[in-house]
Write a protein that binds this ligand. Sequence first.
Ligand SMILES: [Zn+2]
Length: 99
Amino acid sequence: MEISQESATLPDSVKKLRACKICRLVKSASQFQGQGCDNCKIGKQTFEFKKFTTPKFSGMISLMDPTFSFAARYNKLNLIPGVYAIEVEGVQEEEIYQE
Ligand SMILES: [Zn+2]
C-alpha cells in the first residue's frame, strides 16, 4: 500500500498552538501565519488565520491514517495526516461554510 498524501506540518512548538476551526488541524500560530491550513488552504494572511483558527481547543490526536474514524466524521474535507484537536471551542461551521 502506498501513502500518496503528504503530511501536514507538525506543530513546532507547544506555545501558541492554534486549531483550525474548520478541520481542527493543530499548528503553532506562526505556522498558520506562514503556511495557512494544510487542509483548507486558508489562513496565510494574519487576518485570516485569526479568523479561522483558535487557541481555545482541548485534546489533540495524531492522525496518521486518513481513514481513521475521526476523519470520517469530516469526510467532506480531505484531511491530511497531522495533529488534530478533539474539541474546538466556538466552532460555527454553518457560518464558516457560507460562501
Ligand atoms: Zn483547516
